[in-house]
Design a protein. Structure first.
Length: 358
């Protein structure tokens, strides 16, 4: 197992998308580990986890800028001289990608190319973990768990833009960062594929858990679009633990782990949207839901499963919390967050510490 303190304490970590949901949780975790972090992202939404935790972050610099601004991005990376880059910044919503397809491709595909080009200009050893999604595979919607060697695809602009990010990363790896030539370029890059992440502090529009929380806290009925859709739900700490594990292994053995990895729950743990909602209501203690009839709705996959055999075998990584536990922890986080005297940073910290005890 990777010793996170040993791997990241005092290290310089450039984190794109630090103002987002996953980026905020990663910022808290890196703060706990004693890393020096420079975040690069758009301004956080008014109601956001980042706004609730940023004042408690220690060695943390926040740069508010666009990932599409190649000159600005390159300047910030080169001036910081990072040991690690975690690239989280993205347009992360499927339905939003139908409304803004070109922007989605610019952010998710060209933004990734900008990060990798900046990395190419860096003249020191650096590990880069490029975050994509479980939706990068050509999804045939069969009862099959996609593995890292399967064909990439993507029906909607979000999924295909992330598949494009995978292809771009592979091109940079083969063209400029070949593992066999590590002694010359000193870069190790990987892609990580996870999705359907849940956890406290997600306030995004058009995502199931924030929708559930808003309905339950407002005593209104939860409206479900695709009740039978099956997803590999996982608590946000699961993939973050995977990313940190992989990055630690890459730093120690940069040639061996420059590859792609899936991070998800056990196959037996995939739930339908309806099952997720029922478990959330059970944890909350009350609530009702209804099926929403959406006419002319854009396509969203009905079935998606991931194989995590590679991460288990090569990284000695495995999920710690099953779906029921993940939902319970998420609901409890939102409940606690509503209390007037709750310190949100410490609430996140406690979740991380509890997770690592298991």
């Amino acid at each position: 197992m990777v010793n996170f303190k040993k791997s990241f304490k005092g290290k310089k970590i450039f984190l794109t998308g630090h103002t987002g949901f996953k980026g905020s949780w990663m910022s808290v975790w890196l703060d706990l580990l004693g890393a020096q972090v420079k975040g690069y992202a758009l301004k956080p939404e008014r109601i956001s986890l980042y706004n609730k935790i940023q004042k408690n972050l220690h060695k943390h610099e926040s740069v508010i800028a666009d990932i599409r601004d190649k000159k600005k991005l390159q300047k910030e990376i080169l001036s910081f001289q990072p040991d690690f880059i975690f690239h989280f910044a993205a347009q992360p919503l499927v339905r939003e990608s139908y409304r803004t397809p070109v922007e989605t491709f610019e952010v998710n595909a060209i933004g990734t190319a900008n990060v990798l080009e900046s990395l190419r200009q860096l003249k020191k050893k650096c590990v880069a973990v490029i975050v994509t999604t479980d939706k990068v595979y050509e999804n045939l919607e069969t009862d099959y768990a996609y593995k890292e060697s399967d064909k990439l695809g993507g029906h909607d602009p979000y999924s295909s833009s992330k598949a494009a990010a995978e292809i771009i990363t592979q091109s940079f790896r083969l063209s400029f960062f070949k593992p066999d030539n590590f002694s010359q370029h000193k870069k190790s890059i990987s892609t990580v594929r996870a999705g359907n992440v849940i956890g406290g502090g997600d306030y995004a529009e058009d995502r199931i858990v924030p929708d559930i929380f808003r309905a339950l806290s407002g005593s209104s009925v939860i409206s479900i679009r695709n009740p039978k859709a099956v997803r590999p739900w996982q608590h946000v700490l699961e993939p973050l633990h995977g990313y940190l594990t992989l990055a630690g292994r890459m730093y120690a053995e940069p040639q061996k782990f420059a590859d792609s990895f899936n991070f998800g729950p056990e196959l037996s743990d995939a739930l339908t949207v309806e099952e997720l909602v029922k478990l959330a209501i059970k944890s909350w203690g009350s609530g009702k839901f209804k099926f929403a009839e959406v006419k002319n709705a854009p396509h969203e996959a009905g079935l998606l499963k991931l194989s995590i055999d590679k991460a288990k075998r090569e990284l000695d990584w495995a999920p710690k919390w099953n779906a029921e536990r993940a939902i319970e922890r998420t609901v409890n986080w939102y409940k606690e967050s509503l209390k007037k005297d709750t310190d949100i940073f410490n609430l996140c910290l406690q979740n991380i510490q509890d997770y690592m005890k298991k």
